[in-house]
Each structure stands twice: as structure tokens, then as C-alpha cells.
Design a binder for this molecule. Structure first.
Ligand code: PMT
Length: 222
């Protein structure tokens, strides 16, 4: 049997999109399918971690050996993650969290009117940045979906969000990022650490990512 490199560790993974309600029948969201995050959770559980998967609305089965908590909005995801944070060893933020939400949710379905319409938005709280500020020894791993200047933005997020690693995917590339079964990422860490993986299935990539990080962090000594 495989060595259980994350035995005794608690790993929290977020996955999928969030939904930000406009009215009872409409919402803002994005193309995240949850595949990458679910693969991360499965890989963590396979390595022996107690694994909590905090997931936005997706249509994927719960990975084996994983406890899943379903949420809808960025705010619900923040609350669910914070409830687990103090007791976590590793937090992996694969979710594509909405950056904006409607300022108010209409109680009734919005009716068509002549002319255009506008929805006023406000910023959501940045979950990763919040966790970065409140860090007490947890290993914090973010993802970054970029369409240009990937390395530049990934390094900026590493700093600003006080993360230990940012896993960047160029979502403008075919078969990488949202919805596909494969992905291609570059890992950025402190001290100028940078490592690029080849394109591969998300489940294999998830395993390789965790193995790389466990190796580098010598997790058994934490
Ligand atoms: O789900 P799939 O279809 O498999 O697609 C996978 C993926 C493309 C969604 C995934 O690989 C990925 O890149 N996830 C991060 C997407 C994202 O929101 O990137 P970002 O650059 O906007 O955010 C950077 C980091 O901050 C992320 O870890 C994100 O979870 C976090 N964040 C962002 C906004 C916010 N309000 N709170 C956050 O915590």
C-alpha cells in the first residue's frame, strides 16, 4: 500500500463556483465545474488526510473518504471555511469565488421593462486574503485563473494574500482551467520557487501537486 504522507493532517479544500443571487430565479456565477478542486480533495484523502471539501454548486459525486459541505455564495463559503480554519493544517482554495455580488437581492422576480437594465454590484470578501491575514501556522494554497501575464499576477497574489503557494493556470489555453478534464499549471512559492507541470488529467495533476508540496514542506516535521 501507498505511504500515507498526510496521515494525521486536516486538509480543507474549496471547489466549484459560487452563486450570487440577483432575484429568486437568477444569479451571477462562472464556468468552474469543480473538477480541479474535487481532484485535490480526492488526492488529499488518498494521502491519508482528514479531508473537508467545501463546495459551491456543481454536479460531481463526493470523493471517497471526503466530508463535503455544500455552500452557495462567497459569503457562505467564507463562513464554512472559517469554521474549519483554526483546526486545519492545510487549506487549498481551488474555488472560483465571485469577486462581486449584487448589492441587494430582489425579493421578487425582476420584470422586463422597456430599455436596458443595470445591476449594481459590490465586492465580496476575499476569502484567501482573509485566511492569509489570520494565518497561525496553516499552509495556505491558492489557485489563480489568469488569461495574461500569468507569472506576474500569480506572484502578486502570493504576496498580497499571504499564501504559501499559488497554483496558476492560464485559462486562455485550450484544455486547461475551467471545465476540462485536463489542466496545465505553474506553481509559485516563496523564495522565487517556480515549477511548471505538463498538461495532464486533473486527478493526476492533483496528486503530483500535493506530493510536490508535501515534499517541499517536509510536512511530517510540521
Ligand atoms: O472547477 P474547474 O472547472 O475544474 O476549473 C478549475 C479552476 C480554473 C476554477 C481552478 O483551477 C482555479 O484556477 N481556481 C481559482 C479561480 C479563481 O478564482 O482565481 P482568482 O485568480 O480569481 O483567485 C485567486 C485565489 O483567491 C483563488 O484561490 C480563489 O479561491 C481566491 N479567492 C478569490 C476571490 C474571493 N472573493 N475569495 C477568494 O478566496
Amino acid at each position: 500500500s501507498r505511504p500515507q504522507k498526510l496521515a494525521g493532517k486536516k486538509v480543507v479544500v474549496t471547489a466549484g463556483p459560487t452563486r450570487e443571487r440577483i432575484d429568486p430565479v437568477r444569479f451571477l456565477t462562472n464556468f468552474s465545474s469543480g473538477k480541479m478542486g474535487y481532484a485535490m480533495a480526492q488526492a488529499a484523502a488518498d494521502m491519508g488526510a482528514e479531508t473537508i471539501l467545501i463546495s459551491g454548486p456543481v454536479s460531481l459525486p463526493v470523493p471517497s473518504g471526503v466530508k463535503r459541505i455544500l455552500v452557495e455564495s462567497a459569503e457562505e463559503m467564507l463562513n464554512a471555511v472559517q469554521a474549519e480554519y483554526a483546526t486545519s493544517d492545510v487549506v487549498i482554495k481551488t474555488a472560483a469565488v465571485a469577486d462581486y455580488r449584487p448589492i441587494s437581492v430582489q425579493a421578487q422576480k425582476m420584470k422586463k421593462k422597456e430599455g436596458g437594465a443595470a445591476i449594481e454590484l459590490e465586492r465580496t470578501i476575499d476569502i484567501l486574503q482573509t485566511l492569509g491575514r489570520e494565518k497561525e501556522g496553516q499552509l495556505l494554497i491558492g489557485f489563480a485563473a489568469e488569461t495574461n501575464d500569468v507569472a506576474h499576477y500569480a506572484k502578486e497574489k502570493l504576496q498580497r494574500k499571504n499564501a504559501d503557494y499559488i497554483i496558476a493556470n492560464d485559462v486562455s489555453e485550450a484544455q486547461a482551467g475551467f471545465e476540462s478534464d485536463t489542466n496545465r499549471v505553474t506553481v509559485f512559492g516563496k523564495d522565487e520557487f517556480e515549477y511548471s507541470f505538463e498538461m495532464m488529467p486533473k486527478d493526476e495533476l492533483a496528486r503530483r501537486l500535493l506530493e510536490l508540496i508535501v515534499e517541499r514542506e517536509a510536512m511530517h516535521d510540521r
